[in-house]
Design a protein around this ligand. Sequence first.
Ligand code: BJW
Length: 233
Amino acid sequence: MKIVLLTGAGISAESGVQTFRGSDGLWEGHRVEDVASPEGFARDPQLVHNFYNGRRKQVLEVSPNPAHLALAKLARTRGVELMLVTQNIDDLHERGGSEEVLHMHGELLKARCNDCGAVVPCREDLSRASICPICRGIDCMRPHVVWFGEIPFGLDEISAAISSADLFVAIGTSGRVYPAASFVSWARRAGVRTLELNLEVSDATGVFHESRRGRAGDLVPAWVEEVIATKGH
Ligand code: BJW
């Protein structure tokens, strides 16, 4: 059974990572579109560095929850071929035991040099004074993440996997950000069954064959046990 999974901020919410569009949807008074964009970075690089420095510190303090662990268990199930695509830039899937994760919006624990293109591990704060460890350039490092107007990673691979899947599942994502929000339509066009697991009705709920409401920490382990009962050995 081939399954493509798409996860969003909702799967990390119970680990204590804030979602983007919950409550007032603002970070210290700024809209996400203003800090997660090349224009925002050009306008005020230190503000954007502060946004990611704060989130990096937070991610290093939290732990994977039962939803992350259940997906790692699913990947180890015989008879299941899984592609795990996440929009999240945290590393909670990896720390939950998932070995192959496609981070379509990049990774918070990596930085990229705007001058030489090097991608390097990053667990410390970034600033305009950060130096590229490869080309020694200064004022050239940025978080290795995908901002509005930039092209997400791995789209060809994701598109191919969706078109040959038996099931597409979206977990904890609002369906407001493209192209991820279109994956369910790509799946429908390819005749693939679709399932949504989300706390609330999302912008994409009406497109799914089936939609289940609840917390990821409850819904995901229960769904994984269902799949294992039918496919696992
Ligand atoms: C729970 C839960 C619990 C809570 N259990 N559930 C006009 C129309 C259409 C498109 C566009 C347009 N204008 C511009 C665009 C394109 C633009 C876009 O989509 N804009 C929209 C705002 C309209 N997209 C882009 O620019 C993308 N690039 C692009 O399109 O390139 C062109 C191109 C593409 C393809 C081929 C060729 C060309 C890039 C998008 C990059 C998004 N980047 C961010 C920041 C990443 C770095 C960072 O993390 O800071 O990605 S923005 C932010 O949103 C982040 C997230 O990954 C992304 C999605 O958010 P997500 O995960 O859905 O979170 P929330 O908070 O929205 O929802 C959480 C959900 O969880 C809710 O539903 C809750 O109910 C639920 N939940 N607790 C279960 N316990």
